[in-house]
Design a protein around this ligand. Structure first.
Ligand code: GLC
Length: 449
């Protein structure tokens, strides 16, 4: 055996060993997991909703941390909270029209404020001028539109009296020393906070019917002196509880349980560029992305992604076998800002015509090379290959490299109009009309042999 082969065999066996050696929490088989996750992998596109008291500050959902505000200083947002335009039916209609199949709402973000009616705190929406359980209204509205519903729940809590200090806490500064940590932690008891979380997650997963997704956020203990993770949250026990209460639920990967094979259902690349998404191919993943910089409503944030950027994120996700969850941060009055609504409208226009190239799709089989200036998605059930035309050819010629004898029919997806093609060597040469269809990125649908 050559040294190179020996080395490869060694690495391969080590990798296999480490897979076998990986710990497990439950006993679900791969096939069972695939079945449980099927609706989610088919859906491909969801809506994230970050909404809380921070919408009133309108300058980032981390405002309490960024400005080192105390509970007393932050209290004005609780007293003031009055979302008089809150209309979850409208949210759900907009999400559905945009082609999103599921939604995930912040039941509690890091600020600790609960949008739901929890028995375990007074710091909740029913005690504000909103006077009701906003999570229930959301669940009812999205379910009525036939969408799957999910909850985001922050493991961090910047309001709870038992939550101990860490380097992300508002009361901690960059130069906070040991003595100050100790002083701030006096009387705080993480064990009590862990129980609070378990109680609240039990409420969320018991009182609202079937919950499809749980998005827990986040762990940063690895390599950090003052971070938090698995041990602080009691992650293994928490995940067991979640699975017991909602056996079908899909859970993200931020409990800090990476060493377990089943410590999460999917990975969550956050705000990465579409170029970086290729590295997740082969994993089960969902990229979460904002329309602009922050997750919560940020009035003066002007770096909004263009329609083309949003489309590219969606297409690139699917062409690498992943999902996209796109975030809206409703205003303090409870509605989507006009910029968010515009963005959703443009997605809705594109999805109305092209969603067949998204739902139930994934990356193309390896024998199909990606033609220049395009991206490919593929529906394995119908055996349709979708060519997303990023740059419309001026001469109307689109070369499909090596596709000879592989295609039975070609048409635009947006209007099912036929596209002619001819063989040229091993390639096919597709003739596109001079006028680009009225879509930022038009899609050619190829029925394969
Ligand atoms: C980060 C942020 C948080 C946001 C989340 C969404 O963890 O802390 O504000 O909710 O990402 O992915």
């Amino acid at each position: 055996m050559s040294r190179k082969i020996l080395f490869t065999v060694l690495i391969a066996s080590l990798t296999t060993l480490s897979v076998f050696a990986q710990k497990k929490i439950g006993n679900e088989t791969t096939a069972q997991k695939e079945q449980r996750m099927k609706w989610w992998t088919d859906a491909r596109f969801g809506m994230f909703i970050h909404w809380g008291l921070y919408a009133q500050a309108a300058r980032h959902e981390w405002v309490k941390h960024n400005e080192h505000l105390t509970n007393e200083q932050y209290q004005k947002y609780f007293d003031q909270f009055n979302p008089d335009h809150f209309d979850p039916e409208k949210w759900a209609r907009e999400a559905k029209a945009a082609g999103m199949k599921y939604a995930v709402l912040t039941s509690k973000h890091h600020e600790g404020f609960c949008l739901f009616d929890s028995k375990y705190t007074d710091y909740k929406a029913p005690n504000t001028q909103a006077k009701r359980d906003l999570v229930r209204a959301y669940v009812d509205a999205f379910r009525a539109q036939g969408m799957k519903v999910g909850f985001y729940y922050s493991l961090l809590d910047w309001h709870h009296p038992d939550y101990t200090m860490d380097n992300a806490h508002p009361l901690v500064q960059v130069d906070t020393d040991k003595a100050t940590y100790a002083r701030l932690n006096k009387g705080r008891d993480m064990a009590k906070y862990r129980q609070y979380m378990r109680n609240q997650i039990t409420e969320l997963l018991t009182n609202y019917g079937k919950i499809d997704v749980l998005w827990l956020d986040w762990s940063w203990s690895k390599g950090e002196k003052h971070g938090k993770g698995e041990d602080d949250w009691g992650s293994v026990e928490l995940l067991k509880l979640v699975r017991k209460l909602q056996p079908g639920i899909i859970v993200n990967n931020r409990l800090g349980l990476d060493e377990y094979a089943d410590g999460a259902d999917f990975v969550t690349p956050e705000q990465v560029s579409s170029k970086e998404l290729a590295q997740y191919k082969g994993k089960t993943w969902e990229t979460c992305q904002t329309f602009s910089g922050s997750w919560g409503y940020y009035r003066d944030e002007n770096t909004w992604k263009t329609h083309r950027q949003l489309l590219d994120l969606l297409i690139t996700s699917v062409s690498n076998g992943g999902n996209l969850i796109l975030n809206v941060g409703p205003t303090a009055r409870g509605e989507f800002d006009y910029r968010a609504t515009n963005a959703l409208d443009t997605m809705s226009y594109w999805m109305h015509a092209n969603s067949k190239a998204i739902y139930n799709c994934t990356y193309a089989p390896p024998e199909f090379k990606t033609p220049d200036n395009t991206k490919l998605t593929y529906n394995p059930q119908t055996k349709r290959l979708y060519v997303h035309v990023y740059h419309y050819p001026a001469d109307g010629k689109l070369i499909l490299p090596g596709y000879r004898d592989k295609v039975r029919y070609a048409q635009f997806l947006n209007d099912y109009s036929e596209l002619k093609y001819a063989a040229s060597g091993n390639d096919l040469e597709l003739t596109l009309p001079q006028n680009k269809p009225h879509y930022e990125i038009p899609v050619v649908e190829l029925t394969l042999q």
